[in-house]
Structures are given as C-alpha cells and as structure tokens.
Design a protein around this ligand. Structure first.
Ligand code: FAD
Length: 406
C-alpha cells in the first residue's frame, strides 16, 4: 500500500481546515489536507460575522478573498411583524472588525483552497478518510480515492471534517447537544425583484414566531439564499412531501418578503438539515484536535458556525505547530477551555433567543444604546472580550434585562 509521511494531517478543506493548513504552512510545518469532495461543493453557512476577519487575516486570506467581490456585510436586520431591529457592527462595544462578508460558500471555500494551493499547500481532493489508528500521538490514517487506498502517517491530526465528524465517530466522542432539536430548509434563487440600494443587499432575519425564523442573505452575484429554521416537529408538520412546494408555502409566511420572492424559480430543490446541533465530550486527545463543526455546532441564528470553525482552526494549528517543534502543550487550558468559553457565550444567546427573552431586548423601545452596543459585540463574534458584561455574564445578563423590561 502507498504510504506518505507528514507532520500534520488536516481532514477537510472547509474554512476551518483551510485556516489551519495556512497557519501550519506559514510556520514551516509539513502539512497535508485531505478533502472528500471535489470543490466547488455546496455547503450551508453563508453569513459571516466580523470576528472571522481576524482569523482570515492571520491566515493571510483577506486580500485573495477581496478580489472576489463578495457582498460586504456591515450589520444585520431583524424583523418581527412591523418591528425592526438593526445592528451596525461599527457601533459595537468591543474593538475589532466592523464588517465581513455574506457569500455563496461553494465559491468562497474554493477561493480559500485555491489560495492555499497557489502557496504550495498539498490538498488532495476527492480523498476521504476511512480509518485512523493512533499510537500515542502518532497516527496512521487510511484514505481512499479513485486511485485506491493509501496510508498517511502523521504526528498530529486536525479534524476539520465538519458534518463528516470523522474522529468523533471513530473515537466515540459524540455528546448530546444541550439545545432543542431544530431543523432548517433552504434554497438559492435568482433575486429578480431585488430592490436598489441597501434594502436589496441587507441580510435579514424575519422572526415569524418565537421559534421560527426566515433568513434572507443576498449575494453579490444577484442570487439570494433563503431559509427557514424551526423546531423539527414544525417542519415535519408543514412538509408537503415536495420540498419545492413546501418552500413556496414558507415564502408566503413572510409578509415582508413574499412579494419579492413569491413565484421565483429555485436554483436547486430546497435542502433540509434536521437536528443539526452537535457536541463532543472533548475537543482534543493525544495526537489530535477537533475544530469547527467536527467539534461543536449550535444553531444558525447568530451565524457563529464559521466563526468557531476559524477560531478553532487557527488556534489548533498554532498549538500543533508548537507541539511538533517540541513544546509540551496544555491542550485543556490553551485550547478546549478557550474555545468552549466562546461556544458557551453563544449558547446562552441561542437559548435566550428561543425562550423569547433576547427577542424582547432586540425589539423593545426602552433598551438603551449601551446595551445594544454590547449585544452587537456578541453578534459580531467578539465573545472572548470579557470586558463586555454581556460576555462575562452571558448566562444571566439577557435574562436580567428582559426581566425588568415592561
Ligand atoms: P465544513 O465547511 O462542513 O467543511 C468540512 C469539510 O470536510 C467538507 O468539505 C467535507 O467534504 C470534508 N469531509 C467530511 N468528511 C470527510 C472525510 N471522511 N474525509 C475527508 N474530508 C471529509 N455558519 C455561519 O457561520 N453562518 C451561517 O449563516 C450559517 N448558517 C447555517 C445554516 C444551517 C441551516 C446550518 C445547519 C448551519 C449553518 N452554519 C452557519 C454553520 C456552518 O455550516 C458550519 O459551521 C461551517 O460550515 C463549519 O465549517 P467547517 O470548516 O468546520 O466544516
């Protein structure tokens, strides 16, 4: 059997694996990426938040992404009937980026892998991991592709396999999610009636009921992404057996958007993801770290997925490089505790969104600018800034304010 030797093997070439590979390559580590699919490939997760920009900057990706003219995102709008709540990232409490992008992930993820390949990073597409055997921190990974099967010996593995969850499955690391099972159905369409100006490009979350919300994400190529997130049972209850028909009915539920989108042709049959929240009982082990969706995924409501994917991708790569160079790394403190802090901040916001408490703050006229700026910093992904009381007291700040509001 063909055999290869690398320092670090990265599984998966989504944003998490891409930033990891870039950081390792920058540090002179011999890194290889294996990716099961051929790029470009569809994946959901099209609304980014400003914290990702710090990670893309560190990985040296910003210039290359800018060349693609993806739609810039400066904030987000939430609607609930006639009520409107706008967040402008330039007004956020924490320091950091004031903007980011909203983009089709197929093209975006390919942009990142093209940049990596142009720098000489070895990415093998259409090559899936079948098995991994650890011996201490060393590992032998069996991969297969059209040419057959081979073994890759590595000193460290970064598992960025997203929904593939390679190591969680092989090592039984899955843990139950603490969130209610939710589901999503989504589609792309040619936005033929897109209005001129900001209204046409503004990313919007239309709150249909306390637990059901509809997203509109306009891209710079005149295509928009639409989706509904709702409890799993609700989606089952409106299922017509035909995803196209079901989604047409969903569009008509949005008073704000039905005229703009009703009757437009979908670019693919609407896709569904059911019970998407995922968790693990640890983020690292001897010779490996889990990053991005392979580790934890909460909920799309605050677009935190790519933020965690890149935050964990960058950090795991830096720590793996130091370990390869001979340092002893305290993965618990330096990796797991840090990443889980941010995940837990977002978890509190996701939970209070669906209880209705956070929505009360969003739409309440008496919530002052200071509180809005602090919540805006969380929505921008600055969930490690403990100077923000809405980060430091994430488990009670929203409830406390919601409780005293009339
Ligand atoms: P991915 O982007 O999934 O990449 C993983 C890669 O690993 C894939 O290319 C896959 O082919 C590869 N792979 C899998 N198995 C193997 C294997 N065995 N061998 C080799 N390669 C393998 N996030 C946001 O930030 N913003 C949003 O607006 C947003 N909306 C969402 C809406 C919904 C309905 C859902 C469910 C999620 C949403 N997310 C969003 C989350 C987002 O999809 C993920 O968090 C993000 O894509 C994670 O990136 P990643 O690099 O970890 O994984």
């Amino acid at each position: 059997m063909k055999t290869e030797f690398v320092d670090v093997l990265v599984i998966g070439a989504g944003p998490s694996g891409a930033v990891s590979a870039s950081i390792l390559h920058q540090k002179g580590i011999n890194v290889k990426v294996v990716e099961k699919q051929k790029f470009p490939r569809f994946v959901i997760g099209e609304s980014l938040i400003p914290r990702v920009m710090d990670n893309f900057e560190e990985a040296g990706f910003i210039e290359g992404i800018l060349e693609k003219n993806f739609e810039k995102k400066f904030g987000a709008r939430f609607l609930r009937g006639d009520e409107v709540c706008n967040f402008d990232f330039s007004q956020k409490f924490s320091k950091g980026w004031d903007w980011t992008w909203q983009l089709p992930r197929a093209e975006f993820d390919k942009t990142l892998t093209d940049i990596l390949e142009s720098r000489g990073v070895d990415i093998e597409f259409e090559t899936g991991v079948e098995n991994v055997v650890f011996n201490g921190t060393d590992s032998i990974t069996t991969v297969s592709n059209a040419e057959g099967t081979k073994e890759i010996h590595a000193k460290f593995i970064i598992d960025s396999s997203g929904y593939g969850r390679v190591l969680p499955k092989l090592l039984n690391l899955d843990a139950p999610s603490s969130l209610e099972p939710m589901a999503a159905i989504f589609v792309h369409l040619k936005d033929q009636r897109r209005p001129e100006g900001v209204e046409g490009t503004l990313i919007t979350f239309d709150v249909l009921t306390q637990k059901n919300w509809f997203w509109v994400i306009p891209f710079s190529n005149d295509i928009s992404s639409l989706g509904l997130v709702a409890p799993k049972e609700y989606l089952e209850s409106i299922d017509t057996g035909d995803n196209t028909k079901t989604f047409q009915n969903i569009i008509r539920q949005s008073d704000y958007y039905k005229e703009r989108f009703d009757g437009l042709e979908f670019l693919f049959e609407p896709r569904k993801i059911v019970s998407y929240s995922a968790a693990v009982n640890k983020l690292y082990g001897p010779g490996y770290a889990l990053t991005g969706n392979s580790a934890e995924f909460l909920d799309p409501v605050f677009s935190s997925g790519v933020c965690f994917a890149t935050e964990s991708g960058v950090l795991s790569a830096k720590l793996a490089a130091r370990q390869i160079q001979g340092e002893i790394i305290d993965w618990k403190t330096e990796y797991e505790d840090y990443i889980m802090y941010g995940v837990n901040v977002f978890r509190s916001y996701v939970k209070t969104w669906y209880t209705g408490e956070l929505q009360k703050l969003f739409f309440h006229p008496e919530v002052n600018e200071d509180i809005r700026r602090k919540i805006c910093a969380v929505l921008a992904g600055y969930v490690w800034d403990k100077e923000n009381p809405f980060v430091a007291k994430h488990d009670r700040a929203v409830q406390a304010v919601a409780h005293i509001l009339p």
